[in-house]
Design a protein around this ligand. Structure first.
Ligand SMILES: Nc1ncnc2c1ncn2[C@@H]1O[C@H](COP(=O)(O)OP(=O)(O)OP(=O)(O)O)[C@@H](O)[C@H]1O
Length: 241
């Protein structure tokens, strides 16, 4: 069974077709980067797959469950690490993690244990007692992803995870994401081509609501006869048809 399979997934807003008959398959454990210029339809696609908005046509199956007819089953198995980090500013790193575990119905004891696991997995040990509002951008993003993982989702959406981070914080976050590869299916959106190239198993390029190409960064570079992946992306994102 695929982690994600979209079947003619479509979203229309009045006369505007934001996502146009998307057919896409993502394997379990894969890190898939969904790329496209502003307005290509990435956010709308992710919103539909994660149950935040309903398609106007087609369907998607997440771990076999339909987003149209079984949205609760889907929501139980996924989580989103949003672009706008949503931590409780006056709670510490540990308290934020325990709070989320509690919201997902874990006992006090298990919440503590899971928070500890995440602190260790994301290298947040020395900041466990720090209020989240005082964290740097990079640490905040790490906490945000840790919070999204505490419910043990099988599918995780990472929406521009390193937006606005400096190069060191970005590399640290990449390392944290790398460690999750193979265990959690991840769908990444990013405008940084080197990020897609460094992290993803495959990329999909969207333009005008349609999927223009799918493959590894290397394959797409070769297919477009570009000199690097960024040029390949530009050729695909701007190409007609
Ligand atoms: N709620 C809405 N109502 C009307 N049009 C919308 C709505 N949401 C998105 N659109 C339109 O659908 C198209 C796709 O938008 P979407 O946000 O999915 O693109 P995107 O690839 O995520 O872009 P970005 O990189 O800027 O986030 C755009 O033309 C956008 O204006």
């Amino acid at each position: 069974m695929k982690a994600i399979e979209t079947l003619g997934l479509t979203k229309r807003y009045g006369a505007k077709t934001a996502v146009d008959g998307l057919n896409l398959e993502i394997e379990r454990g894969e890190l898939f980067a969904l790329l496209g210029v502003n307005g290509a339809g990435k956010t709308t696609t992710i919103k539909m797959i994660s149950g935040l908005t309903k398609p106007t046509g087609g369907d998607a199956r997440i771990l076999g469950y339909s987003i149209v007819s079984e949205p609760i089953r889907v929501k139980e198995r996924i989580n989103v690490s949003p672009q706008e980090t949503a931590t409780a500013p006056n709670l510490t790193v540990r308290e934020n993690l325990e709070l989320i575990a509690g919201i997902y119905g874990e006992s006090r004891e298990r919440s503590r244990r899971k928070a500890e696991e995440m602190i260790s997995a994301f290298g947040l040990g020395e900041f466990a007692h720090v209020r989240s509002k005082t964290l740097s951008g990079g640490l905040m993003r790490r906490l945000s992803i840790a919070m999204a993982l505490i419910s043990e989702p099988e599918v995780l959406f990472l929406d521009e995870p390193t937006l606005g981070l400096d190069v060191i914080a970005r590399r640290e976050l990449w390392a944290a994401i790398e460690k999750l590869k193979g265990r959690v299916t991840m769908i990444l959106t990013t405008h940084y081509m080197e990020e897609a190239e460094a992290l993803s198993d495959r990329v999909g390029v969207m333009a005008g609501g349609r999927l223009k190409a799918v493959g590894t960064a290397g394959e797409l570079t070769e297919r477009t006869k570009a000199k690097n992946f960024e040029d390949a992306f530009i050729a695909l994102a701007e190409g007609e048809g």
